[in-house]
Design a protein around this ligand. Structure first.
Ligand SMILES: [Zn+2]
Length: 55
């Protein structure tokens, strides 16, 4: 990871709207991590429930 990559991730995590879960509308830092990993803006509990009970 070079310096510019680190800056981009830092700015992304500081953007409050990216922390809002699209499913339950709660703000959680895990939403950012799950969006980076899965492409879905879900909090940890929603991600787990979607994994167990997919639509
Ligand atoms: Zn949620």
């Amino acid at each position: 990871m070079n310096k510019s990559d680190k800056v981009i991730i830092s700015e992304y995590q500081e953007n409050e709207i990216n922390k809002i879960c699209e499913n339950c509308k709660n703000e959680d830092q895990s939403v950012v991590n799950n969006f980076i990993l899965t492409g879905f803006k879900y909090c940890e509990s929603c991600r787990i429930s979607k994994t167990i009970f997919p639509i």
